[in-house]
Design a protein around this ligand. Structure first.
Ligand SMILES: [Zn+2]
Length: 322
């Protein structure tokens, strides 16, 4: 059940918002600050495979809100490791929409930080991984595997790395134990969940798991704030980060998602939730941010929120009334 204690904050325009404090909606900031290795750096890392929608806005609210509330910094990273689905027009649009919303990254914007611009970084990381782990070529297709878990059938075959073959790293059998800043203590067993991790696919693309783990390490990201749909991959990323030489894993925070009317996670094609569509209907940026915040329960509906005000959604500070 939700904790129904009401807190009052005052927004820039003098409006009053009653906030429902829900432990699964807001982290305990003091506790979070104590667990993150300083300096606090988090990231907003969209993929240019579609336009920004309300789901991205929710993520931006959490990223900027928590970073600013804790005097941390926000890194922008364009995750375009999937060279087939990413398009320059989506990248331009997401940067423009983000600026329109008023969310300003502290770094990564100029010059723009794109995964595709630094392939050698991932090559180097793979070489490093070969020194600490069993890395091997795998010729299995998704169809061969049939599900999320890979059974390691190419592990002992000694296949040569070649075009048309993927590259995997063997995972140990250890249980990963970590403290999610919203969900609490979680236990995951990556070897059981997914089996040996694919780092490069059969088309030669670095996988999401590998690319983000390498980037979070080299860019010193200490707090990863992302949607709850990604929680199951946390253990494998912590495992991989350790194999890549990371001493302190980043702290993870998985926030609630907006679901559409059918209960599905928002897709990139969702017409009525696209930032572009809402803009074209004449909504202001604070109205769009307010809609996104209300859709996950951070505020009551109908409350515009300026981007500079999002830290207040996380600060349990009671401001004086009118
Ligand atoms: Zn295989």
């Amino acid at each position: 059940m939700r904790d129904r204690r009401k807190w009052i904050v005052r927004t820039e325009k003098g409006n009053h918002v009653s906030l429902i404090i829900n432990p699964l909606l807001r982290p305990h900031l003091t506790a979070l600050a104590a667990t993150v290795t300083a300096p606090l750096v988090t990231r907003f890392a969209p993929s240019p495979t579609g336009y920004l929608h309300l789901g991205h806005v929710v993520n931006a609210i959490y990223v900027w809100g928590i970073a600013r509330a804790l005097n941390g910094r926000v890194l922008l990273r364009v995750e375009d490791h999937d060279r087939i689905r990413c398009r320059p027009e989506y990248e331009a649009a997401l940067l423009e929409d983000l600026a329109w919303l008023g969310f300003e990254p502290d770094f990564g914007l100029e010059p723009l930080l794109r995964q595709s611009d630094t392939p050698f970084v991932y090559e180097q990381a793979l070489e490093g991984l070969r020194a600490t782990a069993h890395v091997y070529a795998c010729e299995c297709s998704r169809k061969d595997i049939g599900g999320e878990r890979y059974d390691g059938r190419c592990r002992g075959r000694g296949l040569k790395v070649a075009t048309g073959r993927g590259i995997r790293v063997q995972l140990g059998n250890d249980m990963e134990k970590f403290e999610d800043a919203l969900l609490g203590r979680l236990f995951q067993l990556p070897a059981e969940q997914c089996g040996d991790l694919l780092v490069r696919d059969r088309d030669g693309h670095w996988t999401y798991q590998f690319a983000v783990t390498v980037d979070d390490l080299r860019q010193n990201v200490t707090l990863v704030i992302r949607g709850a749909d990604l929680v199951s991959s946390t253990g494998r990323q912590i495992f991989l980060a350790r194999m890549l030489g990371r001493r302190n894993a980043p702290v993870f925070l998985h926030h609630p998602l907006i679901h559409d009317d059918l209960g599905e996670k928002l897709s990139k094609s969702a017409g009525d939730t696209g930032v572009r569509e809402l803009r074209s209907r004449g909504l202001s940026a604070p109205e769009v941010i307010g809609i996104a915040a209300a859709r996950v329960g951070l505020v009551d509906p109908g409350m515009p929120i300026h981007a500079s005000e999002v830290p207040r959604l996380f600060e349990r500070r009671v401001l004086p009334g009118p």
